[in-house]
Design a protein around this ligand. Structure first.
Ligand code: GLC
Ligand code: CA
Length: 561
């Protein structure tokens, strides 16, 4: 296995310097970033007020999870109006102000598009409920008659990704029990029928609405969903399958060939605009070879590398996935992306050190065995990030990881809000533990998240020393490590570089060169003594005597005379 590639990252189609090929993109989860009006829920003016701290961090772009009109049954991933801002988060004017302020600071803005399903409060779904079976209004969603003598059984056996059945029966306008509608997620999130022309046209309009406002791109939710096998065949996932897909034989509602035509259509729309607007797909597809189909030259520009995110802290596994990602994505002229955390997974300061099984989306709770000590978990997370940010391609950061935040596994049950928690009667904790509002100042109410001290999920007291204000004063803090890495990455242009494997550091150590920077990640090996003739540019944790112990990654540069 080798990390070496004769990859010319400037393939013809790629010849330009499209920003997204090497960008560091910071995910904002608006509910939990900064609250300006004191109601305990983060909002757009809150984001605008804190943009300087993101500029200081040194990111290229930010992606915002949904802030559109929504009853918030799935924290905004249930959209009732795709072209407006939910009053909880502000107004369209607040959005424009935020966009302008971000652009003034050189930060591009990507918004979240949720095309697989809408909210049940969307006008179209309300019209569908009020209309008869077989009507044009119903045809925009997936309504079917039930099985059984009186249609009392769901049309097939599909289960919702959040638990429970994927079908809900409606009461017809005349009051009798009627058809069923499909929802891969919560019952408040009916799936669109993507064979329907009106649906296609509506999403073209939505894309243009945001492009005209000046957004730099879209993160596309459930980008492996949308199209379903028209037969709607019964399907039972293997018991240990990750909830969001990625199985060898895909579910009949994931990875259907028809999705690619949709992204080709959208690609054409984005191309009509200047400024290298980009689409990034959330496609839980495994392996990266298959994932590369989403980023063929006329489709999306990027896709999240979930195989990388799911990899354990294991040298062979990481080497293999890095190697295969670079080969697979460059094979279609796309950059690889890298990601360790987002709003759906256990934060990597905890996850990479967990000993027990933890399937994606399940979350962890107070009784989860093998939760690491904070110091151990964050040390490993810093090593992992220092490795990731040295890789060529584009990297995603999730808000709070630059503070070394860990998963809040000990949220009380009454505080939890993820539909997964409710739909499984508490059997699966869900994702609230990675969504807790950020600590900005150690001694302010709600750690500066909200001036009233309100916070939609309780913040743990142990986060006080992790507040941004505290870390800004500490040279060796996680925050300062991120700043330093992002600056060095930009100076050496690591995002556009090429990997060259350096095998001599022994097993358990991943070492490579990229653009003149030697990267040594000691994952599980014996102590590594650094080679002479090199200066240390950055270390994930301070080292002594030029010795790199386990769970430490170092960036070095050869000293030239
Ligand atoms: C995506 C989002 C997740 C959401 C789901 C349904 O996976 O990242 O947060 O619950 O789609 O929209
Ligand atoms: Ca608010």
């Amino acid at each position: 296995m080798t990390l070496e590639h004769d990859v010319d990252h400037a393939t013809p189609a790629a010849a330009g310097h499209e920003w997204w090929r090497s960008a560091v993109i910071y995910q904002i989860y608006p509910r939990s970033f900064a609250d300006s009006n004191g109601d305990g829920i983060g909002d757009l003016p809150g984001i605008t007020s804190r943009l300087d701290s993101l500029a200081e961090l040194g990111i290229d772009a930010m992606w915002l999870s949904p802030f559109m009109t929504s009853p918030q049954k799935d924290a905004g991933y249930d959209v009732a109006d795709y072209c407006d801002v939910d009053p909880l988060f502000g107004t369209l004017e607040d959005f424009d102000d935020m966009l302008r302020a971000a652009h003034e600071r050189g930060i591009r803005v990507i918004v979240d598009l949720v095309p697989n399903h809408s909210s049940d409060q969307h006008l179209w779904f309300q019209q569908a409920l009020a209309s008869a079976p077989g009507s044009r209004e119903r045809a925009r969603y997936i309504f079917r008659d039930g099985r059984g003598e009186n249609g009392e059984l769901p049309p097939n056996n599909w289960q919702s990704i959040f638990g429970g059945p994927a079908w809900t029966r409606v009461t017809e306008p005349d009051g009798v029990p009627g058809q069923w509608y499909l929802h891969l997620f919560d019952s408040s999130q009916p799936d669109f029928d993507w064979d329907n022309e009106e649906v296609k046209e509506e999403f073209r309009r939505i894309l243009r609405f945001w492009l005209d406002r000046g957004v730099d791109g879209f993160r596309v939710d459930v980008a492996h969903g949308l199209v379903k096998d028209p037969q709607l065949p019964d399907y039972t996932p293997s018991p240990d399958a990750a909830s969001m897909g990625g199985e060898e034989t895909p579910a009949p509602y994931f990875e259907q060939a028809g999705v690619h035509e949709i992204y080709r259509d959208w690609h054409r729309i984005l191309s009509e605009y200047d400024g290298d607007r980009a689409l990034c797909g959330e496609a839980w597809v495994s392996s990266v070879e298959k994932m590369a189909l989403w980023v063929r030259p006329d489709e999306m520009h990027q896709t999240f590398n979930f195989d990388y995110l799911m990899a354990s802290w294991d040298e062979a596994e990481l080497r293999d996935i890095i190697d295969r990602s670079l080969a697979a994505f460059s094979g279609v002229g796309a950059p690889s992306t890298w990601v360790l955390s987002n709003h759906d997974v256990v934060r990597h300061a905890t996850r990479l050190s967990l000993t027990g099984e933890n399937p994606q989306g399940t979350g962890i709770g107070p009784d989860f065995p093998g939760i690491p000590k904070y110091e151990d978990g964050v040390r490993r997370a810093r090593a992992a990030t220092t490795l990731m940010l040295a890789l060529p391609g584009s990297s995603y950061l999730y808000q709070g990881e630059e503070l070394g935040l860990d998963e809040v596994h000990d949220l009380p049950g009454e505080a939890r809000q993820d539909p997964t928690w409710f739909r499984t009667q508490g059997e699966r904790y869900g994702r609230d533990g990675c969504r807790v509002p950020l600590p900005w100042e150690d001694s302010a109410p709600a750690f500066g998240f909200s001036h009233t001290g309100e916070s939609w999920l309780p913040q743990p007291k142990r986060w006080a020393p992790l507040a941004r204000s505290v870390q800004a004063q500490q040279p060796a803090s996680t925050l300062n490590l991120y700043r330093q890495l992002l600056q060095l990455r930009r100076e050496a242009d690591l995002g556009s570089g090429t990997l060259e494997c350096v095998p001599e550091f022994g097993s358990g150590v991943l070492a490579f060169k990229n653009s003149g920077v030697l990267v040594v990640a000691n994952i599980s090996g014996a102590d590594v003594t650094l080679p002479d003739g090199h200066e240390v540019l950055a270390t994930s944790t301070p080292i002594e005597n030029r010795t790199v112990p386990r769970d430490v990654t170092v960036w070095l540069k050869e000293i030239t005379h």
